[in-house]
Structures are given as structure tokens and as C-alpha cells.
Ligand binder design. Sequence first.
Ligand code: NAD
Length: 249
Amino acid sequence: MLEEKIKEAAAELSTCKYVVVLSGAGISTESGIPDFRSPVSGLWSRANPEDFTIQSFLRNPGRLYEIGADFFQEMMNADPNSGHQAIGELEQKGLVKSVVTQNIDALHQKGGSQNVIEIHGSLEKARCLNCNWEENMDDVLAEINAGTVPPRCKECNDPVKPDVILFGEAMPPAYQEALYEARKADGMLVVGSSLVVSPANMLPQYVDKLVIVNREETPLDHKASIIMRESISDVLPRLKEEWLSLVQN
Ligand code: NAD
């Protein structure tokens, strides 16, 4: 049954001229990084979303680091899994044109993707909200481990913020690039996203052919021609093989 669906998905995507991948936190769970909304294992079963708002950061910048530093370190130490690698290879072979990701963990790049649009920013950097000074997260984490919480800007001494979008912040310019890619695309492969976070979940509406790989239902399932409610590692490496074999024959 799954094998059949993988073949159908590969056939569907192989008819497209411009395929964009839209990924969410679910692609990185098999790299050991919890997502937000999976039952039990998701972060929201043990953390409070209120602590991840810009208002909370401005009130008390140290709090985000007190509760998040271990999680940030985990993300920075994680390795890409077979899902990231399959997408990287599909881009190198010219079948996937770009990856729009809601993730902040930089694992697509580590898995071989080059054209990655990070619409929620990247945890690899931190930035000063006052003077825009940028610092590597490795250095920021070293500072925290040495007892400086919150870590401070080397230029103006204001607290630095991870270079990711907190709840309540405006979307970065990368979202305009993502919109452009979605409008240009005729096919989209959604992997590991609950598709409940806006505006990322607006992007699939622009494509004719939508394939979704996600363990749980999403609000856009009705728009998809093929849905695989399976683990990404069970689908993506096989989908890559099938898709490559169709275009090589
Ligand atoms: P989400 O937590 O809302 O949904 C993740 C979905 O992935 C769930 O529906 C779950 O069923 C599915 N899933 C989990 N593991 C899977 C697997 N191995 N195979 C198939 N499906 C799997 O995540 P979202 O839609 O990306 O949106 C929430 C936000 O999460 C984004 O803003 C993102 O920035 C943030 N986030 C990112 C990371 C990361 O960078 N790795 C981690 C946690 C949260």
C-alpha cells in the first residue's frame, strides 16, 4: 500500500516542471529534535508558548535562554537524517528547485540542500535588536555556559536575540522569496508540517499538484493529490529512488 503511494507520488511529481519542498519540524524529529505539536513528544506538551513571544523576550531576555539554551544546543549538535539527505540529493539532481522551511535548525543545508529559504530564521546566529550586530550561536552558547545570561552584544551591550522569529514578530524578507517560489512552482512536496502555522500554510494553495508526507492529518489534506501519513524516513528515501528512476528512464 505505502509502496503504491510512493510510486504514485513519484509519478505525480515527475510530471511537474518546478517542485518546491515545504518542510516543518516533523522532518527533524528523526534527528532527535522534538517538534511542537506531536502528541506527548512535542515541545508544547512541556513548554509554554508564552515564553517564546517577542513580548516575553523584551520583558525578560534571560528567560528565553534559561528555558531554551539546552534545546538550542541540541539543535546545533543534531545531524541530518535520511529525509534531509533525500531532499538534498533531489535538489542536486535538479528535481527539487528549492526548500522552503519553517525550521530553524539548518539541517537541510547539512543534508545537502543549497537553495534553502528559512522563513522563520536560523538558530545558527543571534542578533542585537538595537544595533543589528550578529554573532554565531556557538559563541552565544559558550557565553551562556560561562554564566552570562542573557548574552550581550559586543558593540552596544544590549541583549542579543536568536535570529529566529518569535511569536508576535513580523515575517522576515525570506517569506517574500518563499511566496515567489510557491507562485513559480507547479508541484509542492510538504514534509513534516502540521500546516497550522500561518502564513507558511498559505504556500500550498499556489500549486496544482500537492503531495503531503506527515504522520497526522493536516487542514490542507483535502487539497493534496497524495497523502502519506507515515514516517518521513520510511517515505523520502524510497520516493527519491522512484522519482530518480522515472526521470532517468
Ligand atoms: P508542528 O510541530 O506543528 O508539526 C509537525 C508535524 O510533523 C506533526 O503534524 C507531526 O505529526 C509530524 N511529524 C513529526 N515527526 C514526523 C516524522 N518523523 N515523519 C512524519 N511526520 C512527522 O511543526 P510545523 O508545522 O513546522 O510548525 C511549527 C513551528 O515549529 C515552526 O514555526 C518551526 O519554526 C517550529 N519548530 C522548528 C523546529 C526545528 O527547527 N527543528 C523544532 C520545533 C519547532
